[in-house]
Design a protein around this ligand. Structure first.
Ligand SMILES: O=C(O)[C@H](O)COP(=O)(O)O
Length: 536
């Protein structure tokens, strides 16, 4: 069995490598053509070798992550890691610890940071750390270039005879195969590691108890109360509906169970409690794929970042999934930020529905994070505490401090030509927004432009942002100001809403795709606000 599997893997590898680089054909080629072929092969080696190098780095990173996750699991299972003493250190000691990896392992940076009382000392420390990280990044870049140049030295073709050129082509072709096979093996390792990381993350998630279905008591409730809970009215009843259908118990117990049915979406998914109202329209909300600054954990907001490589893949995967499930769009709405537009294009391309019209409006833009734009969430959590960052990110009506002319991204945003096309004057565009303010600017557009299209029977995709989608969800599902704080949307995951003729949801929203992966992705977004980077 194992031998057969190994054989099959070997064939698959040969098939992939051969398909990428078919056998060499040199018969009848002139010297000029052979030179071009050499150049082409040399360029291809560069490309494959770069991919191989980057994956190698990823493997190393993943290995470290796997180790950390395993350690976390051990801790969660109760085998505690030796506790770190909070010792008073000077700023210099701490910087030493921060920048020297061997010391870093022993230093509880977060605890130490708390011992630095003066605010300016902390700022100095963080600034220096940022400079060092930047330097380390530069060094890595140079190291990468040097290694790649060593491995694939520049091509020397001058003075070579036809025979020499043919030999060179053969040699280069062989080299591609070797590098590509290496790349293939490392790629397989990356996939395996990713799977392992995913499993370990899920294990941690489970261990923390978050995936446990809330314990719901079997209570008897009236049909009216159940309807109220189902339809998301002001009545808040948390009930195990399935159990209710079977069991009748004391009426008083009903009072003990008060929460929002939306929290039980997981528990209820697939369960048909919503037959009482007809699903008339399907609406899809999508938070764009991972952006370059999502990766760097910086508040991106109105800065126009493109998708990261992973983000491109997320958008394509999303399109493939929607295609597989047979969905067809008639109209797509996006913000005027590139990452949401790029996502819409990639989704439509993967679905083979490129022709579908795409309509853009600033009213679907990400929430304006004011002066927080560009800052790193984890650093902010270190400086101001995780609670504060959570408040900035998830509260309904807290507006962060506004952006002003001195902000490094002020001109980049407000001098951008796209903001001269909005339906409000540039000087009236927001300088910071709470989620409530996002909803305030989004609702008129929703009502005047999107709703009529849906009611005309068009299947609409809204490719927007974490917070513009959350604002819309709050409106459609009637989520309370408090409960919206625990709604998090992962990047690149389509959210399907089934609505009745009044555009009220008839069942819980569905996040389409592999549910375990989705839970892990949600957790990843939530964890962005933790002071984790330098704390462990
Ligand atoms: O603006 C951003 O940086 C993100 O897209 C949303 O950030 P959040 O998850 O911190 O709200």
């Amino acid at each position: 069995m194992l031998v057969a599997e190994a054989e099959e893997k070997k064939h698959e590898k040969e098939r992939v490598v051969n398909a990428s680089f078919p056998p060499l054909k040199m018969a009848g080629l002139s010297v000029q053509e052979l030179q071009d072929l050499c150049k082409d092969l040399h360029r291809k080696i560069d490309v494959v070798d770069e991919a191989r190098y980057d994956m190698q780095i990823k493997v190393a990173k993943n290995d470290t992550e796997i180790q950390t996750l395993n350690q976390k699991i051990i801790e969660l299972k109760g085998v505690k890691r030796p506790s770190l003493k909070r010792v008073k250190k000077t700023t210099d000691d701490m910087l030493g610890a921060y920048t020297d990896t061997s010391k870093l392992m022993k230093a509880d940076f977060k605890a130490n940071l708390k011992t630095v009382k003066k605010e300016d000392e902390k700022t100095k420390l963080l600034k220096m750390a940022a400079v060092m990280l930047e330097k380390e990044k530069e060094e890595k870049k140079h190291e990468r270039e040097a290694t790649l140049n060593d491995k694939v030295p520049a091509l020397q073709l001058s003075g070579l005879s036809m025979q020499d050129l043919q030999a060179m082509c053969k040699e280069l072709h062989h080299k591609i195969d070797v590098v590509d096979e290496e790349r293939y093996d490392i790629d397989a390792k990356v996939t395996k590691n990713n799977k392992e990381i995913e499993n370990l993350s899920l294990k941690i998630f489970e261990l923390k108890g978050k995936m446990k279905r809330p314990a719901l008591k079997r209570v008897k409730i009236s049909a009216d109360a159940m309807l109220g809970a189902l339809l998301g009215a002001k009545v808040k009843e948390s009930v195990d509906f399935k159990a209710n259908l079977k069991t009748v118990k004391k009426e008083e117990e009903k009072k003990e169970e008060v929460t929002d049915w939306r929290k039980n979406v997981d528990a209820m998914s697939g369960f048909c409690c919503f037959v009482l109202r007809m699903s008339k329209y399907k609406l899809f909300l999508l938070r764009h794929g991972e952006g370059a600054w999502n990766k760097e954990n910086r508040f991106c907001s109105w800065v126009d970042q493109k998708l990261s490589e992973d983000g491109v893949k997320e958008a394509q995967d999303c399109g493939r999934l929607l295609k597989e499930q047979g969905y067809k769009f008639d109209l797509v709405f996006t913000s005027i930020l590139s990452r949401s537009i790029q996502t819409a294009w990639l989704v439509l391309e993967a679905m083979g529905q490129e022709w579908v019209p795409v309509v853009k409006s600033w009213r679907l833009n990400e929430r304006h994070y004011g002066s927080l734009i560009g800052l790193n969430r984890a650093e902010m959590a270190l400086q101001h505490g995780e609670e504060k960052v959570k408040l900035w990110r998830r509260s309904y009506d807290v507006t962060p401090p506004p952006i002003d002319e001195s902000h490094p991204y002020f001109l980049e945003i407000y001098n951008d030509r796209r903001y001269t096309t909005c339906d409000v004057a540039k000087e009236n565009l927001p300088r910071a927004e709470s989620l409530k303010e996002v909803l305030d600017r989004l609702l008129p557009y929703w009502d005047s432009t999107v709703v009529p299209e849906i009611k005309n029977g068009r299947t609409v995709l809204i490719s927007a942002h974490g917070n513009s989608c959350r604002a819309l969800l709050k409106h459609l599902e009637g989520i309370s100001d408090v409960d919206i704080a625990s709604v998090t949307l992962p990047t690149g995951i389509p959210v399907l809403l089934e609505l009745d003729e009044n555009l009220k949801p008839v069942k819980p929203r569905q996040l389409l795709g592999d549910q375990a992966k989705i839970q892990a992705a949600i957790k990843k977004v939530e964890d962005q606000g933790k002071a984790k980077q330098t704390a462990t």
